[in-house]
Design a protein around this ligand. Sequence first.
Ligand code: TYM
Length: 321
Amino acid sequence: MRVLSGIQPTGRPHWGNYFGAIQQYIDLQHEDESYYFVANLHAMTTIRDKEVMWAHTYDAALDLLALGLDPNKATLFIQSDVPEVSELCWLLLSVTPMGLLERCVSYKEKVSKGLSSNAGLFTYPVLQAADILAYDADIVPVGEDQVQHIEVCRDIAGSFNHLFGEVFVLPKARVLDSSAKVPGTDGQKMSKSYGNTIELFEDLKPQRKKIMRIQTDSRPMEEPKDPEGDHLFELYSLFASEPEIAEMATTYRQGGFGYGAVKKAIADVSESYFAEARARREALVAEPETVHEILADGARRARKKAGEVLLRAQQASGLKR
Ligand code: TYM
C-alpha cells in the first residue's frame, strides 16, 4: 500500500493539522511506501512574501520530523522540488471539466472570505490531484475538509483513464472519526484562514494564554452540561487518556465546575503530550544541515517515482513514444 499526504505552509502547523492528519502520517509511515510533503506550490496561491514562504515551508518540515516522521521510513520533501508534478498537472487540467472545479467548496469559501481569486486558487484541486496521482498513492490520510479534493482527484483520474487507458491508481481518503474536524479557539473548525489556531510549537506561555481565552458559552457554573459537542471537551479528549476523559464527562454532567478548570486541564495535558516532540524540535533547529540533507534525499526519491508516472501518462496520451 502506498500512502501520501501534504500540508500547506500557510502558517505554522496547528492542533487541527496534527490530530486530523499528521498523527496518521506517523502511524502509516511503516507502510510499503509513504510520501509526505510541504505543499509550497499550493501556498503560492495566497502567500506574497518570500521570507514568510520560506520560513513556513522549512518550519513545517521541521515540525513533521520533530513529531516523529522518520526519513528512513517515509519520504519527506518540498512540493516544488518535484517539477514532474507541475508538468503532470497540465495533463490533468486538460481533461478537467470547469464544472467540477466550480463545485469545490474550498474555492468558494476562500473567495467569500475576501481572498483575491486567481487561477491558481481555482485550479488548486487539480494540482492536488497531480500530487496524489504522481506517486500512485492508494491512501491519502487527511482531515474532513480535504475529502472533497480526494473525490475530485478520483474523478479526474477516472476521466484520464477513460480517455487514455489505465494510467492512474484511484486513491481513497483516510479520515479519523475522532479528529476529522478539530475545533479552534472560537469553536469553529480550527483553520489558519479563520485565525483561530493553536500552533503545535508556539511558546508555552502565550499558548497557555490563548487556551485560557478559548470562547465558551455563559451558562452558570453550577448547571450540569452535556459533554457531547462541547468544543472544550472535544479538545481535552484529543490529549487525555480514556479514564481521564470519562472523569471529565462525569464532571460535565454533574455541573458545579468552571470552564477555566477545563482550559487549565487542556493546557496541562497538551503541554506534556508534546513535550518530547518539543525537545526533538529544539535539537533539530540546531542541525539545519541534517534537515536540508533529509529534504534533498526525499526530493530525489520522490522525483524518481513521479518521473515514472509522468512518463506513463505522456506515453498514454501521445506526448511521448
Ligand atoms: P492543510 O494545509 O489545510 O491541512 C493539512 C492537513 O490538516 C488537516 N486539517 C484538519 N484536520 C482536522 N481538523 C482541523 N481543524 C483541520 N485543519 C486542517 C487537513 O484536512 C489536511 O489533511 N490542500 C491540502 C494540502 C495538500 C494535500 C495534497 C493533501 C496539497 N496536496 C495532496 C493531501 C494530498 C491543504 O490545504 O491542507
